[in-house]
Ligand binder design. Structure first.
Ligand SMILES: Nc1ncnc2c1ncn2[C@@H]1O[C@H](COP(=O)(O)OP(=O)(O)O)[C@@H](O)[C@H]1O
Ligand SMILES: [Mg+2]
Length: 358
């Protein structure tokens, strides 16, 4: 197994649908520390607890650990605990023998057994019923699963990864989660930061997702402008990477940046409203700045288009100097077709007639 995660590049097209590790971990020190830990523990059989808000990438990390473990050729089984009714959860996880309860017409193995030789991800672990918690603890202690109604246990080799967005300590205090189970499952804990605490990683994530959805939908797209990237970095992202991913897929499908910019302005206003303790003036200033930039950008684009991209005419019509139009074009990140990625927009040399292709 590779010792250095960065050496191997899994892509979403790979068997486990994973982004490259540099995209997963990015550049913040918090994520770098997590990368270090993941590297150290992937190949050990200790239980892992992954904590973090919804959409921060808990499942991606669990899958990454699986492909870096000695049992990577074994199954990766995910159980989303809240999705299974409490009355069925125990049987679903641990299986049952024939006649164990009314309706148990035949013996059935549970998900824990089906993950034998691989990894079991228990997502939203705080939702486990008391019965399921007791059985899981027993399994972690003895390495055996007891199907409901079974007199004998079956030995299993399963790497357990648990995930939760809940403050489980509160559930322990209220008595709904067993502290002994908590200590067992949290030998190694990874805390994934929310996206708003790793804003510097947003451009790389966005570019990656853009390429991914462009390929997936078979739609060629232009790279994101610096203006849009700035907007993305300014958002609060209460839904974290999942929300960013949804927006990018919509952008690839629906196109014009203006539509997305409007979405973003709404998202920003909404998330600012729900943010507690944030200095309101800072966010308001941001929103006002973005709104003003957005309006200015739209006006410049309209006049440029009306003048077939002639910037000298555009500057005259907008009643600003030619130089300040160039600055504004650059600051707004208005792309020039065919010039993307070559030099910052607006800094390209002028042609004789001042025309540019938009
Ligand atoms: N680092 C990443 N790079 C690209 N996509 C990511 C990354 N982390 C998460 N995602 C995507 O964001 C969505 C949410 O990730 P997931 O692992 O399901 O989060 P969680 O389990 O914390 O809710 C998924 O669609 C996943 O593919
Ligand atoms: Mg999840």
């Amino acid at each position: 197994m590779p010792r250095d995660l960065a050496e191997s590049a899994w892509t979403l097209d790979g068997a486990m649908n994973l982004p490259p590790v540099e995209v997963i971990f990015g550049h913040t020190s918090a994520m770098r520390e997590i990368q270090e830990k993941v590297l150290r523990v992937s190949d050990t059989n200790v239980p892992i607890l992954i904590r973090g808000e919804s959409g921060t990438g808990k499942e991606i990390i669990a899958r990454l650990m699986h492909v870096h473990s000695a049992w990577k050729s074994g199954p990766f089984v995910k159980v989303h605990c809240p999705a299974i009714p409490e009355t069925l959860l125990e049987s679903e996880l641990f299986g049952h023998e024939e006649g164990a309860f009314t309706g148990a017409t035949s013996a059935q193995q549970g998900r824990v057994e089906s993950a034998n030789g691989g990894t079991l991800l228990l997502d939203e672990i705080a939702e486990l019923s008391a019965g399921a918690q007791a059985k899981l603890l027993q399994m972690l202690q003895d390495g055996e699963v007891f199907r409901i109604g079974a007199r004998q246990g079956k030995s299993v080799q399963v790497r357990i990864v648990c995930a939760t967005h809940r403050p489980v300590e509160e559930d322990i205090r209220s008595g709904s989660f067993r502290p002994d189970l908590f200590y067992r499952i949290s030998v190694v804990t990874l805390h994934l930061p929310p996206l708003r605490e790793r804003r510097e990683d947003i451009p790389a994530l966005a570019e990656y997702l853009l390429q991914y959805y462009s390929r997936k939908f078979g739609r060629p797209v232009e790279p994101l402008t610096s203006y849009l990237l700035q907007l993305l970095q300014d958002c609060e992202w209460p839904g974290n990477i999942r929300e960013l991913e949804n927006l990018i897929s919509r952008y690839v499908l629906l196109g014009p940046e203006e539509i997305v910019a409007q979405d973003l302005a709404t998202a920003q206003t909404e998330s600012t409203g729900s943010q507690e303790g944030a200095p309101a003036d800072v966010s308001l200033r941001r929103i006002a700045r973005n709104a003003a930039q957005g309006a200015e950008r739209k006006a410049i684009l309209q006049v440029l288009n009306a003048n077939q991209g002639n910037r000298k005419k555009t500057a005259r019509e907008l009643n600003i100097s030619y130089r300040s139009l160039l600055y504004k074009i650059r600051d707004a990140g208005i792309p020039r077709k065919g010039a993307m990625g070559k030099r910052p927009p607006g800094t390209e040399p002028e042609t004789n007639d001042g025309r540019t292709d938009l």
